[in-house]
Design a protein around this ligand. Structure first.
Ligand code: S3P
Length: 425
């Protein structure tokens, strides 16, 4: 895809439903009793992979125009699939589903695309095995394909080395079926959508500082879910509105759960002009409209507890830092290396190709802002967040930019280019 710079952006955009919450609503709805009606579900490829996996395990899921309806069969209602479950490009599907499958009374094999087969699964194999699970990495490399043989599980107290909601969620889901209480302590708090939604479905889950605690459940009960807009999709419009002069964008109905909204804190530290309007709450999740206006940004240090609260937004914030006055340091973010691509290396490579002054570090990047960016050929490495970040970069750069494999945005935001294009008119 080829993109040209624009002078400004104006208008209103409604970003699609949150990816993390959409996945969870289908998964938890499938193992709950009764019907779960999901509004504003994200029909991106990742969440469709989750739907497909549960359909293969006997769950009826209707994907209508306005809602997705999951006819849950209760905690023990899944049946053995008659094929290998394909998680596509989705780490959330692979890791969370492993926590649900480990305690079933059947065996399953899980796999996914080329990227998923390289992503670390040892981080879930280790704790689930401590609970009594039998999970084998078929190629013995701690990656998918995984063979999971259902076993009875026991509760544990696991201290995780990484702040990862996928790891925490896999353990909590296994804990629903375990004998005794399960606790997960993280170095910093990761997104808590699992805890909020499981409680909404009737589970006994609580949080003490960075420890999530779950008791075994008899049953979960289906519920109505209103999925908030995804802040990880909103970030592209936040960046575009801030970076382009004379711009004003209203981003409607964005999820601002504090365990996800580190972006807003960092934007404030950078001097961004963002106003929160119409703050409300949908199915236990806080939301707001974000009014974004062109701003002169300044460099900042991004580190520590805020990192897990904005992990998927960091590539776009790195782009923003190129336009800021002074230096921005991103550290404590080595998790970026094990996402859909190595997002530290690929951001640095592509930003440099556009003329930015960026140094890649072990756990982040150092960006010296203020150099104008010029168009370039950008290899997205089929990573949706890289493609969308550089579509925004292209609008703010001089000359033409070409993004390779630009259609990978289908993973999380199929209408991204249309929505961005509407603001350019
Ligand atoms: C997610 C958690 C994060 C995030 C991913 C979605 C989730 O991953 O990067 O896009 O839905 O739980 P980690 O748990 O690996 O940090």
């Amino acid at each position: 895809m080829k993109l040209q710079p624009v002078s400004h952006l104006r208008g209103e955009v409604t970003v699609p439903g949150d990816k993390s919450i959409s996945h969870r609503s289908v998964m938890f709805g499938s193992i709950a009793k009764g019907t779960t009606e999901i509004h504003n579900f994200l029909k991106g490829a990742d969440c469709l992979s989750t739907i497909s996996c549960f359909r293969h395990m006997g769950i009826e899921i209707e994907t209508g125009d306005t809602a997705v309806t999951v006819h849950g069969k209760g905690l023990r209602g899944l049946k053995a699939p008659d094929c290998i479950l394909d998680c596509g490009n989705s780490g959330t599907t692979t890791r969370l589903i492993s926590g649900i499958l480990a305690p079933q009374n059947f065996d399953v094999t899980l796999t996914g695309d080329e990227s998923i087969q390289k992503r670390p699964m040892g981080r879930i194999i280790e704790p689930l095995s401590m609970m009594g699970a039998q999970i084998e990495s078929i190629r013995k490399n701690n990656c998918a394909p995984l063979k999971i043989c259902g076993k009875p599980l026991a509760g544990i107290h696991y201290t995780s080395k990484v702040a990862s909601a996928q790891v925490k969620s896999a353990i909590l889901l296994a804990g629903l079926y375990a004998d005794g209480e399960t606790r997960v302590t993280e170095p910093q708090l990761s997104r808590n959508h699992t805890e909020l939604m499981l409680r909404f479905f009737g589970a006994d889950v609580r949080t003490e500082n960075t420890t999530a605690i779950i008791s075994p459940a008899q049953e979960l009960y289906g519920n109505k879910i209103q999925v908030p807009g995804d802040i990880s999709s909103a970030v592209y419009f936040v960046a575009a509105g801030l970076l382009l002069p004379n711009s004003e964008i209203l981003i409607k109905n964005v999820g601002i759960n504090p365990t996800r909204a580190g972006l807003l804190t960092v934007c404030k530290n950078m001097g961004a002009n963002i106003t929160l309007l119409n703050e409300t709450r949908d199915s236990s999740e806080p939301t707001a409209d974000l009014l974004v206006r062109s701003s002169s940004l300044k460099g900042t240090v991004i580190e520590g507890a805020v990192i897990p609260a904005m992990i998927d937004e960091l590539p776009t914030v790195a782009l923003m830092a190129c336009f800021a006055e002074g230096t921005t340091v991103i550290k404590d973010a080595s998790e970026l290396k094990v996402k859909e691509s190595n997002r530290i290396a690929i951001m640095a490579e592509n930003l440099k190709a556009m003329g930015a002054d960026v140094t890649e570090t072990e756990d982040g990047m150092i960006i010296r802002g203020g150099r104008p960016l010029h168009g370039a050929v950008i290899d997205s490495h089929k990573d949706h967040r890289i493609a969308m970040t550089f579509a925004v970069a292209a609008l703010a750069a001089e000359g033409e930019t070409e993004i390779l494999d630009a259609d990978c945005v289908n993973i999380s935001y199929p209408a991204f280019y249309e929505d961005l294009g509407r603001l350019c008119r």
